[in-house]
Write a protein that binds this ligand. Structure first.
Ligand SMILES: Cc1cc2nc3c(=O)[nH]c(=O)nc-3n(C[C@H](O)[C@H](O)[C@H](O)COP(=O)(O)O)c2cc1C
Length: 381
């Protein structure tokens, strides 16, 4: 198979992933909250960002290197945290962490991933970030932070946009919501995707590798579900964020910020970066997009906090669009998962290659010498 011809872009990998995954897994990956308007809004918002080309110039070899949080990355994008990634493909997080490290871009591990933070730190030293959900179970939180420090993480991403579980109707229909009910159709869907089914059978059911050790011993599946849910739900107060700031000496990124007052609170507690995100349309169907809010939030953030964004990014052009709105860095969730679902081990490298080439080509097309200069090419409408 000629990969470049079969999968010229992320949209082709998305189709490939759909062919490989059982329906309930596909729905888990692509689905959103409610009527999924927010997912569509993410796309429309990106399509609405125009770049003004300047053709008469000398910009043949554009610089894509970007400084963020004290490091220089080769590209201005990275891998967003995706929970239960082992359901898409066993060891998906390891595959992506390895690809990210070799391309010198960051990989953010979800607290709810199926690979442990220690494993990922070994695979991607200096490139792994850890995503954490604030929990009132302090002994667990302290232990997680101790482990992250001991493993060498220097960037902690605290997600604040899950005060309650998003109502994801696809998951409810598929029996993947609370309580999880595996129906005969679920097994049938697995049998229809033998490559996925064999890989899963070999690897065993995915476990929450970072959190399973804290679960009550001998807990029933229903009790386990309740326990894992209890680790996430609830509002994050500014006091709790301030405590985390005190406890974590490394870089602190707050993920899920879409409001200027929240941004200001993050500034006051000393966060290093704001991560503008609507969780890929999985939490609030009426949420704005990162591009909708970045202007006002940039004013609040000043120069003190970096701005990272995500939501619906499916090409190098999309990365350029978001950088042109004033973001310093862009993460992608589903796009990387499509790569791994469709192409297994080579999926991570391949998605990075596509995005790199498209980004470089976009910069050449508009006459931009450096990703840091993209704001000068933003065409306001
Ligand atoms: C299947 C799935 C699971 C996710 N799990 C997490 C998670 O555990 N923690 C988190 O902060 N964000 C999580 N997210 C949100 C992503 O980090 C990211 O914000 C989102 O995927 C960006 O949108 P995109 O997928 O269109 O790129 C998840 C997203 C998806 C699609």
């Amino acid at each position: 198979m000629n990969i470049r011809r079969s999968y010229p872009g992320i949209a082709d990998l998305e189709k490939g992933a759909k062919r490989c995954l059982p329906r309930f897994v596909w729905d888990y990956l692509v689905g959103g909250v409610g009527s999924e308007n927010c997912i569509e809004r993410n796309r429309r918002s990106l399509d609405g960002i125009l770049l003004r080309p300047q053709y008469i110039c000398d910009a043949d070899i554009p610089n894509l290197k970007t400084n963020l949080l004290g490091r220089t990355y080769d590209l201005p994008f990275g891998v967003a945290p995706v929970g239960l990634s082992g359901l898409i493909r066993p060891h998906a997080a390891e595959i992506l962490a390895q690809a990210a490290c070799s391309a010198n871009i960051p990989f953010c591990l979800s607290a709810f991933a199926n690979s442990s933070l220690e494993t990922i730190a070994d695979i991607a030293p200096k490139h792994a970030w850890f995503q954490h959900y604030v929990t009132n179970q302090r002994d667990i939180e302290n232990d997680i932070l101790d482990r992250a420090r001991a493993a060498g993480y220097d960037t902690l991403v605290v997600t604040v946009d899950v005060p309650t579980a998003g109502k994801r109707e696809r998951d409810i229909r598929n029996g993947l919501s609370d309580p999880v009910v595996l129906r005969p159709t679920t097994f049938l869907q697995c049998l229809l995707k033998p490559r996925w089914a064999i890989a899963m059978a070999k690897a065993g059911a995915p476990v929450f590798a970072n959190l399973a050790r804290y679960a009550p011993p001998e807990a029933s599946p229903a009790e386990l579900e309740k326990f894992f849910g209890s680790l996430v739900e609830g509002h994050v107060t500014s006091e709790r964020l301030a405590e985390l700031r005190q406890a974590w000496n490394g870089k602190l990124v707050v993920k899920g910020v879409l409001d200027t007052a929240d941004a200001d609170l993050c500034r006051q507690i000393g966060a290093d970066a704001l991560f503008l995100s609507n969780h890929g349309g999985r939490q609030l169907d009426a949420a704005p997009t990162a591009a909708d809010v970045i202007g006002k939030i940039r004013d609040v953030a000043g120069d003190g906090m970096a701005i990272i964004v995500d939501g619906g990014v499916r090409s190098g052009l999309d990365v350029a669009r978001l950088l042109a709105t004033g973001a310093q860095f862009v993460l992608l969730g589903r796009a990387f998962m499509f790569g791994v679902a469709a192409l297994d081990r080579s999926g991570g490298h391949y998605v990075i290659d596509i995005l790199r080439q498209e980004l470089r080509s976009t910069l050449k097309q508009i006459g931009c010498r450096d990703v840091a200069d993209l704001t000068g090419f933003y065409q306001s409408q």
